[in-house]
Design a protein around this ligand. Structure first.
Ligand code: CC7
Ligand code: ZN
Ligand code: ZN
Length: 250
């Protein structure tokens, strides 16, 4: 089975000309969403994917540019698509804060019997650091990565050979030793802050310090609106674009 990743958005949290960074893992048999930011439902609409065609959603962390579209997807499945539920693949601790700290405000509705995350989604807890076959042909591993100190955040290995950073601080050892040397990942999708101090994201300057054999595997995402000013200035790395499709190894 051939698998692709289609970027739904490639923008930062504050980008106005790119949708929030999220992606679809696609095959003839499935559409699995990686994150669902505030602008993701609009991007899904652009490419003609309806909420009932989403077979599952993977969540990296609870910033609004990664989960701000979940309420719309859940409400549309419930009210427009007559009580349909999609699968939500999430670590157990993240499921707790996703409901209590983010979704409950808009979605808690005991009058109609909706008071838990499970009332809206088929919640499937994925254990951290354990490669888990979530659908035929698709194995996901959530690994804990550092974004905001003391807050849960996960990057993903997809079928062991593709790394998707979601939002993370630069981690040279993870990229060089674990992702490339040990796991031999050929495709790395990495968030990138183009200018200024990173603090919570990898900066372009930091990523440019990587050896060329690592850089050439990296697609840059989660960038600001001034991305065009940096074309040709990203070493061996390339920008991935909104709605672009790349093949991923099984
Ligand atoms: N210490 C922080 C925390 C947050 N932020 C900004 O808020 C955004 C939240 O979504 P994000 O995609 O993680 O990017 C964060 C920063 O732009 C920031 O710039 N500095
Ligand atoms: Zn983000
Ligand atoms: Zn974030």
């Amino acid at each position: 089975m051939s698998l692709q990743i289609q970027m739904l958005g490639t923008g930062s949290a504050f980008a106005k000309t790119f949708y929030n960074t999220s992606a679809l893992i696609r095959s003839n048999e499935m559409n699995i969403l990686i994150d669902c930011g505030a602008t993701t439902p609009r991007s899904l609409h652009d490419i003609g994917v309806q909420p009932d065609q989403i077979d599952g959603i993977l969540i990296s962390h609870i910033h609004a540019d990664h989960v701000g579209g979940l309420e719309e997807i859940a409400f549309r499945l419930l009210y427009q698509y007559k009580n349909k539920k999609t699968k939500l693949f999430v670590t157990e601790p993240l499921a707790g804060v996703l409901w209590e700290n983010t979704l409950k405000g808009g979605m808690y509705n005991p009058t109609e019997g909706f008071s838990r995350l499970e009332d809206y989604f088929e919640v499937i807890h994925i254990e951290e650091n354990v490669p888990t076959n979530i659908l035929p042909g698709l194995t996901i591993e959530f690994i804990s990565t550092l974004h905001i100190p003391h807050k849960l955040n996960y990057s993903l290995f997809i079928n062991g050979r593709t790394f998707y950073s979601a939002d993370t601080q630069f981690n040279e050892e993870l990229l060089v030793q674990e992702i490339v040397t040990k796991r031999n990942c050929h495709t790395i999708l990495h968030d990138c802050q183009l200018s200024g101090n990173g603090f919570i994201h990898a900066t372009l300057e930091e990523l440019l310090s990587l050896p060329e054999y690592v850089q050439e595997r990296i697609y840059l995402m989660h960038y600001d609106d001034d991305m065009m000013n940096f074309v040709g200035k990203t070493g061996r790395m390339t920008f991935i674009h909104q709605h672009e499709v790349i093949e991923i190894p099984e």
